[in-house]
Design a protein around this ligand. Structure first.
Ligand code: TYM
Length: 333
């Protein structure tokens, strides 16, 4: 970890199983960026509880997500991997930032509106405050770069607004972060309903490919993927969202350009095309799954990664928190 490098921050919630959307839109990019930045990658369990969780499952999914990060190629020697709830500064800064955030802004957040509709029996304050906690995550580490999928754009914008608001009210305190999006994979679509993003919590699991899916399941899901009646394999997200999504998935998993993928599939029927995409995905997932299983069998190692990660994260986070407390006039001894 070199001080001279810029800082990068990102996180995933340990909620449900991760999809290839999470992998392609976020984690794959984390691996690509880990040599160039001082990286903090968190497991956002405090965000997860904004929707009711089964405690035993949440605990198990936490380790499972950590093992997945490492299995995907995120290196704990190069990056700080940690659990959000292990660093109390997140909740503490969130409280301060709440006083720089307006209720109207939070009510307008698309994700808040969607989740309120989905969980109408539990529209809790945490659900509404979710973006402020996310701002606290990012700002604590003075991150300049935040690799995320398109669905998090609004949250990143509010984090920038809050940072600027605080900086203007006092003196420059927070780095104002920039979102980094992958050109092709910033929004992987649901296989059955390409108008929607692929989601961990989709009602129909057949539209989402989970990183834990075995080959048969992956192939079955791709076979059923919705295409169109035009029968040409061409990238045109507006008019051919299903086919374009499949081309995106193929291209990112194989590190080929869209043009190369189109050329390769030119003249092929949709049936064969879908099988070829499924095949590549299943073959890429298999080694990640077996590495994850191996890591999960070594709980002592995973605990050690979390412990060291929390110490490193807390060191940086507490430095920022202390600056903030000083500026706002909290008496410190
Ligand atoms: P989460 O857990 O919903 O998703 C994790 C990451 O996956 C991206 N993603 C996608 N990318 C492309 N296509 C998709 N279909 C797709 N679905 C999800 C998300 O954009 C995200 O980058 N609030 C965050 C977690 C978080 C966070 C943070 C992120 C907490 N604190 C600070 C960045 C910085 C979330 O719920 O992500």
């Amino acid at each position: 970890m070199e001080e001279s490098k810029n800082t990068l921050y990102s996180a995933v919630q340990p909620t449900n199983n991760l999809t290839i959307g999470n992998y392609l839109g976020a984690i794959k990019n984390w691996v690509a960026l880990q040599d160039d930045y001082n990286c903090f990658y968190a497991i956002a369990n405090m965000h997860s509880i904004t929707v009711r969780q089964n405690p035993a499952e949440l605990r198990q999914r936490t380790l499972s997500l950590l093992a997945l990060y490492i299995a995907c190629g995120v290196d704990p020697e190069k990056c700080t991997l940690y659990l959000q709830s292990h660093v109390p500064a997140h909740a503490e800064l969130c409280w301060v930032l709440n006083t720089f955030t307006y209720v109207g802004e939070m009510e307008r957040m698309t994700q808040f509106k969607d989740k309120s509709a989905k969980h109408a029996d539990n529209i809790n304050m945490g659900l509404m405050d979710y973006p402020v906690l996310m701002a606290a995550d990012i700002l604590l580490y003075q991150a300049s770069v935040v690799p995320i999928g398109k669905d998090q754009t609004q949250h990143l914008e509010i984090a920038r607004d809050i940072a600027q608001r605080f900086n203007n009210a006092y003196t420059p305190t927070f780095t104002v972060p920039e979102g980094v999006y992958l050109k092709i994979a910033a929004s992987i679509r649901d296989l059955l309903n390409p108008d929607k993003k692929m989601s961990k919590s989709a009602e129909n699991v057949n539209g989402s490919v989970f990183l834990s899916d075995d080959k048969d399941t992956v192939m079955r899901k791709f076979k059923r993927a919705v295409t169109d009646s035009d029968a040409t394999i061409k990238y045109d997200p507006e008019n051919k969202p299903g086919v374009s999504n499949l081309l995106s998935i193929y291209s990112v998993f194989t590190d080929k350009t869209i043009a190369e993928a189109e050329k390769q599939f030119a003249g092929l029927g949709y049936g064969e095309f879908k099988l070829a995409v499924g095949e590549v995905v299943a073959d890429k997932l298999a080694p990640i799954q077996s590495e994850q299983a191996k890591l999960l069998a070594d709980k002592a190692y995973l605990d050690k990664v979390l412990k060291e990660g929390a110490e490193r994260a807390a060191y940086t986070a507490n430095k920022t928190l202390s600056k903030v407390y000083k500026k706002i006039g909290f008496y410190q001894i």
